[in-house]
Design a protein around this ligand. Sequence first.
Ligand SMILES: [Ca+2]
Ligand SMILES: [Ca+2]
Length: 341
Amino acid sequence: MLTDIQSLQAASGSPLKLAMLRVGSYFTFAEDNGAAIGARSTGSPWRTDPSAAHPSAYSEALSCRRSYNILMTDGYDNGDVAINVGNVDGNDGPAQALEPDMQARHPKLVDRYVARPPFSDGFSNTLADYASYFYVRDLATTVPNKVAPLTGDLADPHSWQHLGQFTVGLGVSGQLPANTAAERQDTLARLRSGSLSWPNPGSGGDTILAEKIDDLFHAAVNTGGEFFRASNSHELTSALKQAIGRASASARVDAGIAGSGAVAQSGLLKFVPSYQSSVWSGDLTAYAMASDGMGGWVFRSGDQYTWKASEVRPAWEARTMLTWDLAARLQCGLTPACLPH
Ligand SMILES: [Ca+2]
Ligand SMILES: [Ca+2]
């Protein structure tokens, strides 16, 4: 990847909106998504094989896959595009379907983007609006909405297929304090309370405005991503590590419940495996199920699980852990004597 990046030829200008449209178009896919900007008709980043033609070589749709774009720039957005999206973050988004099992297990799941601080503003066709365009709509309408919602600082309470933005400003600052994590947190709190507002980034053009960097920050805030400012290679490395780390850590759960073969139902319990790649740790959770009266099953008690393996298994030193003795072709205890040398 680094070789590919280094082979790119720099050209004048920083057409960030065009770049965002191209990336968003790549993620927009469905047979019936024709009205969406740049909708694709072959291949899909939401499938196990993104290059597979559709629908003839149908590879499995990964309904829980979380997608991010990392947008780096050393300059100020100065390229307008012919497509106007309007004030996307200033208006509520379209309602999206909620999958019953997702809704049962995530009570705070929200079925649409709601225009409010710190996301909304009164300006149209800003970088944040283009980012929001690929956030508020379901980018894969034929794929069930099973992206796990995120809460906390990375608030992203939506389950439809959408695109998050990690944006990196190289040596450039906006008007709003956002150079450090603490500054960004404080600024977000003030935006949320209404004591601060997003400034007007203006149109594309070649005007250099600090407000355009605020817009870069705004694009990340609107999409459950993160903005970083990097003034040297060390800070850039740190920003990229944080972005990739956050993206992979947030893509952590619900692989099993997403409808692949990882879910096994037995009697009235549904077992859901999960795995958090950032800490190499997994769990197994059991949910009580009840008949929905129509031949299907529903969760019996909302988000409450019946048991969780991490809470009922004994401490690690009290567990029976076995491995395989290759020479003896027998199981043996997980001790140094048994491990291969
Ligand atoms: Ca706006
Ligand atoms: Ca969908």
